[in-house]
Design a protein around this ligand. Structure first.
Ligand code: ATP
Length: 215
């Protein structure tokens, strides 16, 4: 890991649980952007998921550790779990810029989340803190970004467009995995085997009510 300036991709999420969609897109983004590492940023309390119960942080982090154990250039940063209140990307990226000003920072995001970026806390300032790199379905675009275009510069919009990375679409979500566990269905191959073993060992997601109220 060293302290040399590096190209680092940051991937925020709830990871409840981490699944192959996250892992495959992170790997493809890292390769396409020639990242030195991908830093996973589990959120303590994601601002947009305030209404639902999220699994214990210890479980979510344990599953992440198991999932990335074989990827030496993947790492976990727990800073968002240590802050009280919602995990704002603005606060995280500001701190990372101050700590490692010489890095090239990429914030890795899906096209669906990018379409909502204008609603994020202090959205207009985010593109000056990191380059936003968007995972897109091959053959698709990120749309006109009209709302975002109203609050950031044309150069920033161009740069976001230039950093679209086609990634293999994987139709897996954490919500669907939680539901499958609650319904007694197999999740094999949707999460790494060690993550599935953790879910079974800890009895996660077996409560159908909590699994369903998050869709
Ligand atoms: P939930 O179903 O609970 O909303 P999720 O599966 O979307 O969860 P998050 O932890 O919220 O997972 O996602 C973290 C990041 O991973 C987000 O940027 C999200 O767009 C991206 N992501 C989620 N699922 C996939 C997938 N199948 N392929 C690629 N990226 C994904």
């Amino acid at each position: 890991m060293g302290d040399q300036p590096a190209r680092i991709g940051y991937l925020g999420g709830t990871f409840d649980p981490v699944h192959v969609g996250h892992l495959i897109s992170a790997r493809e983004l890292a390769d396409a952007l020639r990242l030195d590492r991908v830093v996973w940023l589990p959120a303590k309390q994601p601002p947009h998921k305030a209404g639902r119960t999220v699994s214990a942080l210890t479980d979510r982090v344990a599953m992440l550790e198991l999932a990335i154990a074989d990827e030496p250039d993947f790492a976990i940063d727990l800073r968002e779990t240590r802050r009280d209140g919602p995990s704002y990307t603005f606060d995280t990226l500001s701190a990372l810029r101050d700590e490692r000003p010489d890095d090239e920072r990429f914030f890795l995001i899906g096209a669906d989340s990018l379409a909502q970026l204008h609603t994020w806390y202090r959205a207009a300032e985010l593109p000056s803190l990191a380059q936003f790199a968007t995972a897109v379905r091959p053959g698709t675009t990120i749309g006109d970004l009209a709302e975002l275009g109203a609050i950031i510069t044309d150069a920033q919009i161009r740069s976001i467009r230039e950093h679209c990375v086609p990634t293999t679409p994987i139709g897996v979500s954490s919500t669907a995995i939680r539901r499958r566990v609650a319904d007694g269905l197999s999740i094999r191959h949707r999460v790494p085997a060690a993550v599935e073993a953790h879910i079974r060992r800890r009895g996660l997601y077996t409560d159908a009510t909590s699994a369903r109220d998050c869709s």
